[in-house]
Design a protein around this ligand. Sequence first.
Ligand code: DGY
Length: 325
Amino acid sequence: MADKPVLLLSRRLPDPVETRAARDWTAHRNADDRALPGDELVARAAETGADALLVTPTDKLTAAVIAALPARVRAVATFSVGYDHIDVAAARARGLIVTNTPDVLTEATADIALLCLLGAARRAWEAESLLRAGGWTGWTPTQLLGIHPGGKRLGILGMGRIGMAVARRAAAFGMRLHYHKRTRLDAAEEAALGLTYHATAEDLLGVSDFLSVHMPGSPENRHFLNADRLALLPEGAVVVNTARGTVVDDAALVAALKSGRVAAAGLDVFDGEPAVNPGYMALPNAFLLPHLGSATLETRCAMGFRALDNLDAVFRGEPAPDRVA
Ligand code: DGY
């Protein structure tokens, strides 16, 4: 029987995923789960004789890292739907196959978007902090009053799979749904959820009492939600971001939260994470999570299996189902 191909895992993965990787591959784990700088990833790929890498968003596969990978590395599967941490053009130029994990994390990420929306609107962090600090002296008619989402307009900026899943959830809260996407959905899809289309992001911002960001991270989208665009939101809007931190200009959002022009923000992702703009830390109206969108055991297992399905296909000589390069 031919030797199993060699797979390098850049981080610890859920046990069922590592077990399957060890069954089907000569798998090298990252037992201490430390995020590997690019040069270390390259060195480990060389030491282990890796044929393929299973990486995560904490691995920055820049053009230089891709160029330095040993020639024997044929494929990289990222354990994520987003692939802004991979220079896809450099991968294509080198003939490196790159795959991602769409679909399987849609529902979990939409759940976290709603958690951010409600956590921000209903002042969950302030309330829990007060309670844990022993500062709750009893129910009062006026304490910690939040914003009611029902009947409000939710603007969904970027209407892909996750945006649609957010729309379905928000519909159940009685929100009025608006969206912007480069390519308009068909009439049946819009009608099914009662979605109103806006041809430009700027139009959408103007009607968004709540805004949920679902644009991919990319150099073009960097700081898309800047001071000028934030100023288009209705006074007292709530901003939610579960997509990529790079899409938001943190300094501008911090200033808008400080002034109260934006009433609250629910953020699961940050520009430069795990660093978080210190401005947010001091703000009671920022509800902050450490990039938990896909963080359920079921979802993370499904992501790992999907990544392995892709690599298995490549090494069987078949097209990878989720090839992005
Ligand atoms: C992704 O998949 O892109 C998330 O950010 C991590 O689950």
